[in-house]
Design a binder for this molecule. Structure first.
Ligand code: F6P
Length: 557
């Protein structure tokens, strides 16, 4: 795949010229064009996306579409959908879209029909989920499973954890999932200390099955299980008893099935996926097994249908109304031409409290790159810092800086028309959801339209406070709404951001599907093992700062 330096493209140069001294007065823009909100609002599956409060003019909009065409965004996305090896540094296809392709379609990659394989694994996951949910899967003492503990990290944790939290209303009553990720022993200890080993099932999720955190926690879980069962007199201390217990309380999710077997997990209890699924793109693969158990076969099928709806929208909708394309291009506009450094995602849904963390891995591990596909250094910013918290909590914490600080921070607001819990205030009779949504509607309007000094004065504000109480406005945001937070809508939201990430990476000419930047720290942590254990020779080889920190550790441990 050809690598282009986007700064050499005519549209990039034009956008640079257009951005010089660029200022858009959003009040005037809306006044001048009464159809602005309508013309810049788009539908993508169940999502209603209002781009009108972004800092764009018709000319910028057109130029961004030209940039997309010149950078070959569509060529890259088609190559992805067709299974070409667009992850060039690992020489792999990038086919998370095949995970949600309908049964009966066919996609041959490296000589295999990957969609048939996907549906075979899905069938096994659904059978497993059914058996846990209906109680036919029982633990070693014949008790039904009440708690599923997913052990994984990064993509093998953030996706299922975020989705489980988001879809709590759809979780089968009486069944709980917990998520252990950190190698900090606190995590596994806190998540298991009140559990009954007889009714607990572990899912060890690791694409590579070599990740230190996951394997360490899996071993801790195995020891906890066997100790607990032995203490209760459920099993004796023989290897055969341990093997039997593990086969009833451990399943695995991985691309490395031989390593799963070596760990002692019965290969019949392992759900595979493929090296063409990146960790951060894997929640809709077997990595979502805990979620499938929680929300059931139908819920998971709906979840996949949501992804599929956005894939189809992205693939088939013309550029000028293609939502992921437009949102990705807007991010490029803000990052590279208006020099925003960060991007906030503010869901007005407590259920989406892990969504910003999920997006951090998706976007920052994908697009935090400093060289293009061909290894040449970029001369422009790539992946922005994604961050956020649910509204309205964030309003009482960091929104101050977004409203009145000095930085440009594009914001994505997300909200749902229908509440899961429809409470009414007993004194005022007002629906709590409407008080909540009032904040969602108000925040994007306040950011866009602000409050002028004259408006502040007209409220009788003393002159010395006018500057403090003025809101400059013209702060950009996108508002995403959907009827309700369902499995399908969650799938749509995730796929939306997957495609936005692809668009940005395509414009920047980088490989959005490798993650070499995580390797150095991992290797160094392992190499420091002997020094931490007190090996004097290893300690002497550490750098001066690390030695100093280790001395503090030795003095205080
Ligand atoms: O360290 C980064 C990473 O490789 C992520 O890309 C991945 O999601 C995570 O670690 C976990 O990897 P695995 O699923 O192989 O345990």
């Amino acid at each position: 795949m050809e690598t282009k330096d986007p700064t050499t493209l005519a549209a990039w140069k034009d956008l640079t010229t257009m951005a010089a001294g660029f200022h858009l007065d959003l009040r005037k823009a809306f006044a001048a064009d009464p159809a602005r909100a309508e013309n810049l609002s788009f539908a993508a599956a169940d999502l209603h996306v209002d781009l009108s409060k972004n800092l764009i003019t018709g000319a910028v909009f057109e130029k961004l579409l030209e940039l997309s065409a010149q950078a070959g965004v569509r060529d890259l996305s088609e190559a992805m959908f067709n299974g070409e090896h667009i992850n060039n540094t690992e020489n792999r296809a990038v086919l998370h879209t095949a995970l949600r392709a309908p049964a009966g379609t066919q996609l041959m990659v490296d000589g295999k029909d990957v969609i048939a394989e996907v549906h075979e694994v899905l069938r096994r996951i659904y059978d497993f989920a059914d058996s846990v949910r209906d109680g036919s899967w029982v633990g070693v003492s014949s008790k039904r499973i009440q708690t599923v503990v997913n052990i994984g990290i990064g993509g093998s944790d953030l996706g299922p954890y975020m989705a489980y939290e988001a879809l709590r209303p759809f979780v089968k009553p009486g069944l709980e999932c917990r998520f252990v990720s950190n190698i900090d022993p606190t995590d596994i200890s806190e998540k298991t200390r009140d559990l009954d080993p007889e009714t607990t099932l572990f899912i060890i999720a690791s694409k590579t099955f070599t990740t230190l955190e996951t394997i360490t926690n899996a071993k801790a879980a195995r020891a906890w299980l066997l100790r607990g069962l032995q203490e209760r007199g459920v099993i004796d201390e023989t290897d055969a008893a341990a093997k039997d217990a593990i086969s009833k309380h451990f399943v695995a999710v991985s691309t490395a099935l031989e390593k799963v077997a070596a760990f002692g997990i019965d290969p019949r209890n392992a759900f595979g996926f493929w090296n063409w699924v990146g960790g951060r793109y894997s929640v809709d693969s077997a990595v979502g097994t805990s979620l499938a158990v929680a929300i059931g076969r139908e819920g998971f099928e709906e979840f996949l249908a949501g992804f599929r709806a956005i894939d189809e929208h992205f693939r088939n909708t013309p550029p000028a109304s293609n939502v992921p394309l437009l949102m990705g291009l807007l991010n490029v506009w803000y990052s590279n031409f208006l020099h925003a450094q960060t991007h906030a995602v503010l869901p007005y849904s407590q259920y989406l409290h892990r969504f910003p963390a999920y997006l951090q891995q998706l976007t920052m591990e994908s697009n935090g790159k400093r060289v293009r596909r061909d290894g040449t250094l970029v001369s422009y910013d790539t992946g922005e810092v994604f961050w956020g918290e649910p509204g309205t909590n964030g309003q009482h914490a960091f929104y101050q800086l977004i409203h009145q600080g000095t930085r440009l921070i594009p914001v994505d607001f997300i909200a749902f028309a229908r509440p899961t819990w429809d409470l009414t205030d007993s004194e005022t009779g007002k629906r709590q959801h409407e008080l909540f949504l009032g904040n969602f509607f108000a925040q994007s309007a306040a950011l866009a339209f602000g409050k002028t000094p004259d408006e502040v004065r007209a409220e009788g504000t003393p002159e010395e406070l006018v500057a403090h109480r003025t809101f400059p406005g013209d702060r950009p945001s996108t508002s995403i709404m959907a009827p309700a937070l369902t499995p399908k809508v969650l799938g749509e939201l995730i796929a939306l951001y997957e495609m936005i990430t692809l668009v940005q990476g395509a414009v920047w000419g980088i490989d959005s599907f490798d993650q070499w930047g995580v390797e150095l720290g991992k290797a160094m942590a392992i190499n420091l093992g002997p020094a931490i254990s007190g090996d004097a020779e290893a300690l002497a080889q550490a750098d001066a700062s690390t030695r100093e920190l280790l001395e503090y550790y030795f003095a205080h441990k």
